[in-house]
Design a protein. Structure first.
Length: 339
């Protein structure tokens, strides 16, 4: 049951403060259409229940602290995304201000102090691994107001986009890039999945978006093996479906980043990751040549080096930073940064 809402220091409805929300399922943010889950693979549907990238953004002139009332679950083995992801982290545009670590609770309140320069805007990242449901928030010593709206950037990808091996939700590459660009980042990264599922393309087509980025393909080498011709056609059709809902929305495709063990190693169907990457990039270039002037490509092979990989596949914090800033540069070069 939600706490009572009202003025003068009582709990405020979190809805106007939430950012990064794709869909709601009975009031809880989810990352796949709850009316269309039967068409999704099981692994996609499972990851979509986690509120990756969902956060609170607010301003205040007088409050000296903020309290968050929430309900959280004990992380299961598939939910523990980051070893240190159990904190509520308060950021502003300059970086991390404070972090308070919590334990999962049926219902609890966490308090974070605000700096003397209180206006903000402030971003509060909940501990994603606990799948917290925000019940209410309130300013201590003053009122809170929702932060101004921002261009909505929908990002789709796999575990790298979901933020694996970053040590905090705010360190994943979509969060890094979104802060730099001033975007409202909506993270549709699905660990273990993102293999060009066409139902996902249709769901993205139906979502409001000012900018789009697609970053899938790595799991087409291993989890569900593709040939290069199959991934070429999948990329082409995926783009066709997204364009049915977003015919002129700026769209950047990031092809798979470096994976040393896969670059020249054939999968079960004989395709190396290098060949799969080439097929994806060729599908994008062919579409651009056919007249899609709002489509851009960021080749992923040389964005990261081995030193940026925590486990030979997923970026460490430094790698997420490098990748996020490379996406920022690509969007700006294409004129997709809203400037």
């Amino acid at each position: 049951m939600r706490p009572p809402l009202g003025p003068d220091g009582s709990w405020q409805d979190p809805g106007p403060f939430l950012r990064g929300v794709a869909w709601l399922d009975r009031g809880r943010p989810v990352r796949a259409d709850p009316d269309d889950t039967m068409r999704l693979p099981w692994d996609t549907g499972e990851r979509a229940t986690l509120p990756i990238g969902v956060r609170l953004e607010f301003t205040t002139r007088t409050a000296h602290a903020v309290e968050i009332r929430y309900r959280a679950a004990v992380p299961g083995p598939t939910d523990a995304l980051r070893d240190l992801s159990h904190g509520f982290a308060l950021w502003n545009r300059h970086g991390l201000l404070t972090e308070v670590f919590t334990e999962p609770a049926a219902e609890s309140v966490v308090r974070l102090d605000l700096p003397e320069q209180r206006q903000g805007p402030f971003t509060l990242h909940p501990p994603e691994g606990q799948s917290p449901l925000i019940l209410g928030l309130r300013g201590i010593g003053g009122d809170l107001a929702p932060a101004p709206g921002a261009p909505r950037w929908v990002v789709h990808g796999d575990s790298i986009t979901e933020g694996w091996w970053s040590t905090r939700p705010a360190h994943g590459w979509p969060a890094v890039a979104g802060r730099a660009l001033g975007f409202d980042t909506v993270n549709l990264g699905y660990a273990g999945a993102a293999r060009g599922e066409l139902a996902t393309a249709e769901q993205i087509a139906a979502l409001p978006a000012d900018v789009l980025t697609l970053a899938f393909g790595t799991n087409c080498w291993s989890r569900v093996p593709f040939t290069a011709p199959l991934l070429y056609e999948t990329t082409r059709v995926f783009l066709d479906l997204v364009r049915q809902g977003h015919p002129r929305t700026p769209l950047l495709l990031l092809s798979p980043v470096l994976r040393p063990d896969a670059e020249r190693t054939p999968n079960r169907l004989g395709a190396t990751l290098g060949a799969l990457r080439d097929a994806m990039e060729r599908a994008v270039r062919d579409r651009i040549a056919a007249g899609d002037g709002r489509l851009a490509l960021l080749p992923g092979r040389d964005v990261l080096g081995p030193e940026h990989l925590a486990d030979g596949l997923h970026p460490n914090d430094a790698g997420h930073q490098v990748l996020g800033l490379a996406v920022v540069t690509a969007l700006r070069r294409a004129g997709f940064d809203g400037g």
